[in-house]
Design a binder for this molecule. Structure first.
Ligand code: NOJ
Length: 562
């Protein structure tokens, strides 16, 4: 098989530290908890893990509000705990990617505190985006931008002399002031933060809000009718500004300088990588982030937002592959993460054409069909893991976890719920602590019964210990898919579409070296006959004598060929 760098076909597992495993029993996951469970990831067969933020933070946005970018929050442990985790992961053959949050800090960051104490026009304020308000008394915010979590994107401060003063920009919560990336001090600080973690031995960074760092000059009003997550044409003044690319060229040269440093761990396959979280459409715009001298990867959110409809999926795959091919980057594939409704629940609703980002679900909302959702989720994962490029998994999806759709509203912690004036329930439903053992308190999440979000009762039956070694379980399906993906080189193969494409099927071949793997997903209502010269390698659900049942994906090989 070819000797491409590891990240081109890596399967990367996202750990959301609050909810993965709790070692000290306070109900919040932590770094020692993760270290103790790393074998789960080795046995699953992933290449790397990505850790959502564990840095010092008041946790107003679950750690994406960072008060100190170079230290671990006591909630999660210490820097020494991080070193132990990293070392253990490396020994198990797992790379470790950490989250970098460069668009904003916490309002408790020392820089922001200094900015509040300093006068307008000061160098302290110039690290953030402070502006005077509009109107005679400055009573209107500087422009009409809204926060991603709802409400205005500006908050007015009280000046040190007690008078109402300037406004600061926050594209997210008011506790997350945006940095001003035209300021060299900000650029230098983040280069230094990159080096801090690279020196510790991390294998890369996932870059939070990578499309948001640079804002259009003059901060003009925006067209608020546009949903930047799904719009494919319009450039908004706060997203995807051309200036962001200079930052990533600089970062690429920094991480490239470190590619020799971990040779004792990884031999000559020791690249450090950068992956953009950029909600940018269309695919060609997104592919600008992964030009050869920029980031290595960018999450393919267009694919994540594609409904379970054959024609839409075929188009999304073809379009995604074409876009990254032009810049020579691998495409990435993802179905779930800590910001979206889990795919086992998304696919349990009627599917409508077009890209969509579903808001959080509450007990009063229409509920997903859990059985249908899980069947489709397994089929969707089997389809995704066959695709060439790199894939991201979100903790718990290997158990088939559904979204927690009936969380009590008073338990919700995502700032979206409050900021949207209780119109969007936000992201807590995908963040519920994992079930490890069905019969233990907190389903084995930790040694106590505590869990920072309530775990629905039905989680017990999905616990790791119920699925481990159980034929047909979602966990065993993921293990089998990942083993075959590796042995058949699917991530580094070439995709060609099958000629006899049924309207309701997504069918292609992946050729990798001598191996030819045929992949067929049936998204239609009736069973599809399977060609007789093919033999199944794995399927997302049972095959019946007649062929491939609805909402099922199968990988096959030719009877007389490898
Ligand atoms: C994207 C992260 O994934 C999300 O969880 C967070 O709320 C925002 N960025 C702000 O950092």
């Amino acid at each position: 098989m070819s000797t491409l760098p590891w990240w081109r076909d890596a399967v990367i597992y996202q750990i959301y530290p609050r909810s993965f495993a709790d070692a000290d029993g306070d109900g919040i996951g932590d770094l020692p908890g993760i270290t103790a469970r790393l074998e789960h990831l080795r046995d699953l067969g992933v290449d790397a893990l990505w850790l959502s933020p564990f840095y010092v933070s008041p946790q107003h946005d679950a750690g994406y509000d960072v008060a100190d970018f170079r230290d671990v929050d006591p909630l999660f442990g210490t820097l020494a705990d991080f070193d132990v985790l990293l070392d253990r992961a490396h020994r198990l053959g797992l790379r470790v990617i950490v989250d970098l949050v460069p668009n904003h800090s916490s309002n408790e960051h020392s820089w922001f505190q200094a900015a509040l104490a300093a006068p307008p026009g000061s160098p302290e304020r110039a690290r953030y985006v402070f502006r005077d308000g509009r109107g005679d008394q400055g009573e209107q915010p500087p422009n009409n931008w809204v926060s991603n979590f709802g409400g205005p994107a500006w908050t007015r401060v009280t000046e040190p002399d007690g008078r109402p003063g300037q406004y600061y920009l926050h594209l997210f919560d008011s506790s997350q002031p945006d940095f001003d990336w035209t300021n060299d001090e900000v650029r230098e600080e983040f280069e230094s933060i990159l080096r801090f973690w690279l020196d510790r031995g991390v294998d890369g960074f996932r870059v939070d809000v990578a499309h948001g760092l640079v804002k259009a000059q003059g901060l003009p009003d925006a067209d608020l009718s546009i949903d930047p997550h799904v719009d494919t044409t319009t450039l908004l003044p706060m997203w995807d500004q051309p200036g962001v690319h200079d930052i990533y060229r600089r970062w690429r040269s920094i991480v490239d300088d470190y590619s020799e440093d971990l040779v004792d761990v990884w031999g000559d396959d020791a690249d450090r990588v950068l992956c953009a979280e950029a909600w940018v459409q269309p695919s060609e715009a997104l592919s600008r982030y992964v030009r050869p001298d920029e980031l290595h990867q960018s999450f393919n959110f267009g694919y994540l937002m594609t409904p379970w409809i054959a024609g839409e999926l075929r188009a999304s795959i073809a379009d995604s592959l074409a876009a990254t091919e032009t810049v020579g980057a691998p495409q990435t594939w993802v179905l779930s993460n800590h910001d979206v409704v889990r795919h086992a629940s998304r696919f349990g609703y009627p599917q409508r054409p077009g890209l969509a980002r579903m808001p959080g679900i509450g007990a009063d909302d229409p509920q997903p069909d859990a059985e249908l959702g899980l069947r489709r989720a397994r089929a969707a994962t089997a389809l995704m893991l066959a695709l060439p490029g790199s894939a991201y998994l979100y903790q718990g999806e290997e158990l088939g976890l559904p979204e927690a759709t009936r969380l009590p509203d008073d338990a919700r912690q995502d700032p979206t719920w409050e900021r949207s004036a209780h119109t969007d329930r936000g992201r807590d439903g995908c963040r519920v602590p994992l079930p490890w053992s069905a019969d233990d308190p907190s389903f084995g999440f930790g040694p106590s019964a505590l869990s920072w979000l309530p775990q629905p009762d039905e989680l017990g039956s999905l616990a790791v210990d119920r699925q481990d070694g159980t034929e047909g379980s979602t966990l065993e399906l993921y293990r089998r898919l990942l083993t075959l993906r590796r042995s058949r080189g699917l991530g580094r193969g070439e995709l060609s579409w099958s000629d006899d494409q049924d309207g309701d099927a997504v069918a292609f071949h992946i050729r990798s070296g001598d191996l030819d793997t045929v992949v067929i997903a049936n998204l239609g209502p009736s069973t599809l006959p399977l060609p007789e010269h093919l033999t199944p390698l794995v399927s997302s659900g049972p095959l019946d004598g007649q062929g491939l049942p609805p909402d099922t994906t199968v990988w096959l090989r030719h009877l007389h060929r490898p």
